[in-house]
Design a protein around this ligand. Structure first.
Ligand code: BMA
Length: 388
């Protein structure tokens, strides 16, 4: 009996990689790799997960009690409308680089950590964005006209040989520390999708199109990916998410692509900016989304990557059937693994991208929830399992 037990233990140790040990070929944990494979398969099987930024930490008219663990995952505008949480939760790491306790939107990092672990424990996916400050101007991610000269030099300053290079490596280290700290009480690292340097095809962030060359942008990614690896991060997939400026042109989408060895998820950030329900911009958005998703799908297929609509939404959702009449018909045409709508700002109620009880689009959102192709938290329970 003892011999059998010993053999079993030895067998387990030799055959099964330890949960947090990186696999030799990818340098990431088995669960992280399984998640990537499952993202690819979701896209191919015509279903996609629904996601919402800051979903469980605040919404319209409420905010979680960050001093109380019992509020973790307990409330959500999406859940209040359809009865289920999003399958994907997104959080932002902006200001972690400054050593602050809370992010740029006032959510404590300790609480985000608990939310992320809890969501993984329930089978969901966590993605992290990073609206970090500008290390040269000390301003925010967003460029300010008065600081244009500084913005112009920021990427140069953080790359090797630049005056802020060492400082900046320290900033990436703070992100690495956070991702490394995402571990369940039973000792499993939580796989995440990390999505820095997004919307670089526009020029509103200091890493945007007008503020660095393609080579510098790629170098920024390479430095980020290498530093995370050096700091022992084994549980992060990296997502590339340009805006809609490439407008369907593959060459433009790939102009600043850092490479297959760095990127795992090919994304797109696309927003509807119609001023009201009658605006032709609603149809324009649908067409723009369609064109750009077709482009991402083509690249994803050719490069063997997962594909996601990494940010989308319509601020204020001013038309009642936006979910099933505008968004869903376009999404159904493309192999998307997940979509993510932006936040419902408790401090600025018109700045919302998901419905809440009483919202004009709430009943349509329930129809959207009931579509066969949309997956919410109760629908995804095997995201980290290996497929045969
Ligand atoms: C923007 C807005 C801002 C917010 C930022 C980071 O799109 O929602 O209010 O601070 O994202 O979350």
């Amino acid at each position: 009996m003892i011999t059998f037990a010993a053999a079993l233990t030895i067998g387990c140790n030799s055959n099964k990689p330890k949960v947090n040990e990186p696999l030799a070929d990818s340098g990431r944990t088995e669960r992280t790799e399984n998640m990537l494979e499952n993202l690819k398969q979701l896209g191919d099987s015509g279903v996609y997960m629904f996601g919402h930024h800051d979903d469980t930490v605040y919404g319209i008219g409420w905010e979680a009690d960050y001093t109380n663990d019992s509020t973790i995952g307990a409330k959500s505008d999406v859940k209040s409308v359809c009865g289920d949480l999003p399958a994907v939760l997104s959080f932002d790491l902006g200001h972690i680089e400054l050593g602050d306790d809370q992010n740029l939107d006032g959510v404590p990092f300790d609480y985000i950590r608990k939310e992320a672990i809890n969501h993984f424990d329930h089978g969901g996916l966590v993605t992290l964005s990073w609206h970090l400050n500008n290390p040269l101007s000390s301003g925010s991610s967003w460029v300010a006209d008065s600081l244009k000269d500084i913005e112009q030099n920021t990427v140069t300053a953080v790359l090797e040989g630049g005056e802020k290079h060492e400082l900046f490596l320290g900033w990436i280290d703070k992100v690495a520390d956070f991702i490394n700290s995402l571990e369940t009480p039973y000792g499993v690292k939580v796989p995440v999708v990390f999505r820095p340097w997004h919307e670089h095809t526009g020029s509103w962030f200091w890493w945007g199109q007008d503020f660095c060359t393609a080579e510098q942008y790629k170098a920024l990614w390479k430095m980020t990916a290498e530093r995370l690896k050096e700091k022992g991060v084994v549980n992060a997939l990296l997502a590339y998410s340009p805006g809609t400026e490439p407008n369907g042109e593959v060459e433009k989408y790939l102009e600043r692509y850092p490479g297959d060895e760095i990127i795992d998820v090919l994304g797109l950030d696309a927003y509807c900016s119609a001023p009201d329900a009658d605006s032709t911009l609603i149809l324009d958005f649908a067409q723009k989304l369609d064109r750009n998703l077709a482009m991402v799908a083509k690249v994803a297929k050719e490069h063997g990557k997962a594909m996601a609509l990494t940010e989308t939404g319509y601020e204020g959702i001013k038309t009642a059937e936006w979910w099933t009449m505008t968004l869903a018909p376009i999404l159904a045409k493309h192999p998307i693994s997940y979509i993510l709508v932006w936040r419902n700002a408790r401090e600025n109620p018109t700045h919302h991208f998901a419905p809440y009880p009483g919202h004009i689009s709430a009943s349509d959102f329930i129809k959207f929830y009931n579509l066969n192709e949309t997956l919410f938290l109760h629908d995804v329970n095997a995201l980290y399992l290996k497929r045969k």
